[in-house]
Design a binder for this molecule. Structure first.
Ligand SMILES: C[C@H](O)CC(=O)SCCNC(=O)CCNC(=O)[C@H](O)C(C)(C)COP(=O)(O)OP(=O)(O)OC[C@H]1O[C@@H](n2cnc3c(N)ncnc32)[C@H](O)[C@@H]1OP(=O)(O)O
Ligand SMILES: NC(=O)c1ccc[n+]([C@@H]2O[C@H](COP(=O)([O-])OP(=O)(O)OC[C@H]3O[C@@H](n4cnc5c(N)ncnc54)[C@H](O)[C@@H]3O)[C@@H](O)[C@H]2O)c1
Length: 310
């Protein structure tokens, strides 16, 4: 028993010292995912700087965080509005916004990238950050589908690179996939796992395979629903109703495509198709490509398979 207790204390203090190392987090991308990751990191006491390409975007991102945080406060502090206001204020005090990623990364412990799902752009970003970030800084990508190994390939710090895959909406979804590739060190993997747990999520680990666990199963399902629609077998509304009421999913596949973003869905499928052109599950959809070309990206643009215009 004494051994078990001292082992527990040792393991807690090791874990605490690893977590203590990650005090300042830089989140790059102030869109759907970047705002959610910023929020949960700030809620759990980290100092976070959220970066994007323009003032307008980071300001809009900040407003989205405030709206989402109000929902969390309403639920968590329904009987104690004073404590709720304190939680709201202290969380917002932990957040900074910026448009100069190099400046921010020069003094950060962890960079989490949540920008557009494009390998070239992600590689360029990390390559420039690698030159300015301190030695100890860990880099992580929130990519949905791209190999972490490829994103890391332009960086020297291969051992301090991994995947941290959050789910949308980040404040609500309880999972983070922690992804390691061949070069990711055990310390980095452990720090990323500790960080995922420190922000209140359950972590699962996964090798660097296309789509990790969730998307490798979920995206082919969503695309199969789109192919059913394209074949004229059922309407989007009926397929959604069927999967919600018949399979117990909180959203039907078309609602989920709109929620994730049709651009992101398209990039995921396109990337996998290029890796494995003979795999029918990864076949791109003309309908999704058409909607994206028309600027119908789902909820975030006001229209996708459904219209969200008020
Ligand atoms: C592609 C990527 O790589 C990977 C992915 O992310 S795949 C996508 C994964 N996500 C999913 O599958 C989401 C599926 N959908 C759902 O779970 C639910 O529809 C949903 C949680 C989004 C919304 O739930 P729903 O009951 O329809 O709506 P709503 O009542 O507004 O929200 C439920 C609760 O979540 C809270 N909530 C919803 N969105 C929120 C947000 N952005 N911030 C804070 N709280 C939020 C609400 O306040 C509400 O709290 P309550 O239960 O105390 O009232
Ligand atoms: N949407 C989802 O459900 C979901 C879930 C998990 C993971 N992801 C992944 O997270 C990432 C972001 O997805 P999202 O849905 O938040 O996209 P989004 O389109 O909502 O936001 C992306 C943001 O990145 C910004 N950006 C683009 N290039 C940049 C750069 N060089 N520097 C700084 N900011 C830049 C854009 O201005 C935009 O605000 C993608 O890799 C996506 O695959 C998405």
């Amino acid at each position: 028993m004494a051994f078990a207790t001292s082992a527990l204390v040792r393991s807690l203090s090791t874990s605490a010292s690893r977590q203590a190392a990650i005090k300042h987090v830089t989140v790059i991308g102030g869109g759907l995912m970047g705002t959610g990751i910023t929020q949960v990191a700030a809620q759990s006491g980290h100092n976070v700087t959220m970066c994007d390409v323009s003032d307008d975007i980071v300001q809009k991102g900040l407003a989205r965080i405030q709206d989402s945080l109000k929902r969390v406060v309403k639920k968590k502090y329904k009987d104690d509005p004073t404590a709720g206001q304190k939680f709201f204020d202290s969380t917002m005090e932990n957040i900074r916004i910026d448009t100069n990623v190099e400046r921010v990364a020069a003094s950060t412990d962890l960079v989490i990238e949540a920008i557009i799902e494009n390998l070239d752009i992600k590689q360029k970003l990390f390559s420039s950050l690698d030159k300015v970030a301190p030695q100890h800084t860990i880099f992580a990508s929130n990519t949905s589908s791209l190999p972490i190994k490829d994103i890391a390939s332009t960086c020297e710090r291969q051992d301090r690179f991994g995947g941290l895959h959050f789910f949308n909406p980040v404040p609500v979804m309880k999972l983070v996939e922690v992804v390691r590739f061949g070069a990711t060190s055990n310390e980095t993997f452990q720090s990323l796992t500790d960080f995922g747990q420190a922000v209140g999520k359950t972590t699962v680990s996964c090798k660097d395979t296309p789509g990790f666990i969730v998307n490798r199963l979920l995206v082919p399902y969503m695309m199969e629903a789109v192919r059913m629609l394209e074949r004229g077998e059922a309407s989007a509304r009926d397929i959604d109703t069927a999967m919600k009421l018949g399979a117990g999913y909180p959203m039907g596949p078309f609602e989920l495509c709109d929620y994730v973003g049709l651009d992101t869905t398209k990039f995921i499928v396109q990337g996998w198709h290029e890796l494995d052109p003979d795999q029918p599950l990864f076949k791109p959809s003309e309908l999704v490509n058409k909607l994206v070309a028309e600027g119908k990206l789902g909820m975030k643009s006001g229209e996708g398979f459904y219209s969200y215009k008020k």
